[in-house]
Write a protein that binds this ligand. Structure first.
Ligand code: ZN
Length: 248
């Protein structure tokens, strides 16, 4: 199964002992989970509070037969099928149908993972995970698309090195700005934008796991009137209430 990866210089054996927790298993999280499965990551933890509905079928991930099932369960079962061909590099998948806000197991999940991916549709859940990731000195790859469906972004949080998510939200901002067009739930969703964002996020996860160059703190994607993909090295906010005290 992995022979063509080896030709690209990627050694799947190096990914066998890695764990990635994917929080939010929608049109972005599913694509990231499947991509990491296909390159040899050894363990995935899938967490999502929602059930699959017909409105989810315009994007990659779920099939009509999944409707009504918890998203995390439906996708975990799909991924475990890969163990039929991953004979020497087994895949372990844990899944939880739960809301992560105030979830007692969240710290344990974060501590056990090499990288945490957030692909939620709301800011509160992202910021909750961000705070715990910084506290535990783990790495967060946060991604999402805009309310109109045409833009997206990926943030890579390496505590002490790159900005945490709270660095981008100064507490003096008024509520209206804080709940910006990035964070509103139930917006439009375009499978094109979501898949591009998910693929760029998967690429960042792989680079981090394999210690490769080309990790950026922020990548912005804009597709409405042109094709614009821009990576940035952003600076941390010095007085950030979450990561300001942390040194590299
Ligand atoms: Zn910060």
């Amino acid at each position: 199964m992995f022979s063509r990866l080896v030709l690209a210089g990627i050694n799947p054996v190096k990914l066998q002992n890695k764990t990635v927790a994917i929080l939010g298993v929608g049109g972005i999280g599913t694509v990231i989970a499947e991509t990491l499965t296909r390159v040899g990551v050894g363990k995935l933890v899938l967490v999502d509070k929602d059930l699959v509905g017909p409105e989810n079928l315009n994007r990659l991930g779920f099939s009509p037969s999944d409707i009504g099932l918890p998203k995390a369960e439906a996708f975990a079962k799909k991924l475990l099928e890969f163990n039929k061909t991953r004979k020497h590099l087994r895949l372990d998948v844990e899944w939880y149908h739960v809301n992560i806000i105030n979830w007692p197991k969240l710290d344990m999940i974060i501590k056990s993972a090499d990288i945490i991916v957030t692909s939620f549709d709301n800011l509160d859940a992202r910021l909750e995970v961000n705070e715990r990731v910084v506290k535990n000195r783990k790495i967060l790859v946060d991604c999402g698309t805009s309310l109109d469906g045409w833009s997206g972004r990926i943030n890579v949080v390496i505590p002490g090195k790159t900005p945490c998510l709270a660095c981008y939200y100064d507490p003096s901002m008024i509520y209206g700005e804080r709940e910006s067009w990035w964070t509103a739930p139930c917006g439009a969703s375009l499978p094109t934008t979501m898949t591009i964002v998910a693929t760029l996020a998967s690429d960042q996860v792989l680079r981090i796991l394999l210690n490769l160059k080309g990790v950026y703190s922020r990548i912005l994607v804009s597709l409405r009137n042109d094709i614009i993909i821009r990576p940035f090295h952003m600076k941390r906010r010095k007085n950030c209430e979450i990561c300001g005290e942390i040194n590299e």
